[in-house]
Design a protein around this ligand. Structure first.
Ligand code: PLP
Length: 378
């Protein structure tokens, strides 16, 4: 009997093997409040991942990180709609974060090849809605690289702030091998959720090359205390616990080989499914969380049956992101929606195939053979 291959098999660092480090936390008396383990973690991220360039602050998860980043940077006009321009092909955390930050999500289409927010739609929204655009809120879809120089240019050209959702991008690198986001002045928010390649459990990281942004977000994440125990700005509790920081510190060691292994599995999927459509990836390495692929258009209507049959044969799959944001009831009522032609097509055909740290090429071969065989029946 072939072993089951789940969509993801989370592998956070084993807390049971971190007894000495846990005892050190107990001895220190610091359990939270940006304690010593958290300080070591932030320093390690900057030196080991971001080439000693820029600043960062941790958060208890990426959603809270996005909320405070948007709340901090968004330009707002009293009495008018304040839009956050974001793709509809994304996860619910994005529109929720915008709504909590007092903004109205303005949902736009994606590029049909890269599945990144459609540049033409972003620029049309900026021309059409002018200062009603409170922030650009792009998503680095599935760890793919956004063109951050272009967002820098758009920000200067239109005087609009930017917050990047890079939930799945810890480990993704640009063409010149730098970490995605390195050197970018606007906040870039990463997730350490257990389903990501950088799996810890719950956790977030906000990066910016602008020290003042990180200082403000650190204060916002600590109840808005700009002065000792005195709120000088909006705030909430966004702090990562010391145990959460310890897990992330442990995850950093050896993480490059995790990303490289996942990338090798991704290449195998592409080689073994030549008749399927894959995301066009910008950059060098991608921290693959799972392997998204588009079914041939003729098979889109059979997706539920294909998923069910894969499941019966022991292969876990997903359909991220379907339903996309505009299709979800709450967001249908709370968001503004532009044309979504590519989003509809991609969401209708998307199938997320398994990737995990302990899969090997034979597992990928089996997934692809079973998928090809099922598809041949239709
Ligand atoms: C695109 C996107 N944004 C934000 C998040 C939220 O991350 P977290 O679970 O760390 O809050 C996720 C989580 O999966 C995501 O996929």
């Amino acid at each position: 009997m072939a072993r089951r291959i789940p969509l993801t098999r989370p592998r956070p660092p084993a807390l049971s093997r971190l007894g000495r480090e846990l005892a050190a936390i107990e001895d220190s008396g610091f359990y939270s409040n940006y304690g010593p383990v958290n300080a070591r973690l932030e320093c390690a991220f900057i030196t080991q991942m971001f080439g000693s360039q820029g600043y960062c602050v941790t958060a208890c998860n990426a959603t809270i990180g996005l909320m405070i980043a948007l709340r901090h940077v968004a330009r707002r006009r009293r009495g008018s709609c304040n839009f956050a321009v974001m793709p509809s092909f994304t996860f619910a955390a994005m529109p929720h974060a915008a709504l909590w930050a007092g903004l109205t999500p303005l949902l736009i289409d994606i590029d049909p090849q890269t599945w990144l927010p459609l540049a033409e739609a972003e620029e049309r929204m900026l021309r059409q809605h002018g200062e009603q655009i409170a922030a650009l809120f792009p998503y680095a879809t599935f760890g793919n690289n956004l063109d951050l120089d272009r967002y820098d240019w758009l920000s200067r050209q239109y005087g609009v702030p930017v917050v990047v959702d890079a939930a799945g991008s810890l480990g993704s690198t640009t063409d010149d091998g730098r970490a995605f986001g390195a050197g970018f002045a606007h906040p870039v928010v990463f997730s350490m959720h257990v389903t990501k390649a950088f799996a810890t459990g719950e956790g977030g990281l906000i990066y910016s090359a602008d020290e003042s942004i990180i200082a403000a977000l650190r204060a916002m994440g600590n109840f808005g205390f700009g002065e000792p125990r005195s709120a000088t700005m909006p705030g909430l509790n966004a702090k990562l616990s010391e145990v959460g920081a310890l897990l992330a510190l442990a995850k950093l060691y050896g993480f490059t080989s995790v990303v490289a292994h996942r990338a090798t599995l991704g290449v195998a999927y592409r080689d073994l499914l030549p008749d399927f459509t894959f995301q066009h990836l910008n950059g060098r390495l991608h921290a693959l969380q799972f392997m998204p692929v588009l079914l041939p258009a003729a098979l889109a209507a059979q997706r539920a049956e294909i998923v069910a049959e894969l499941g019966r044969q022991g292969i876990g799959t997903g359909t991220y992101f379907q339903p996309h944001i505009a299709e979800q009831p709450f967001f249908g009522e709370t968001c503004m929606v532009d044309r979504l032609d590519a989003t509809q097509d991609v969401a209708a055909r998307i199938l997320s195939l398994p990737i995990s740290d302990d899969m090997d090429i034979e597992d990928v071969e089996r997934v692809c053979a079973v998928l090809r065989e099922i598809c041949r029946r239709y």
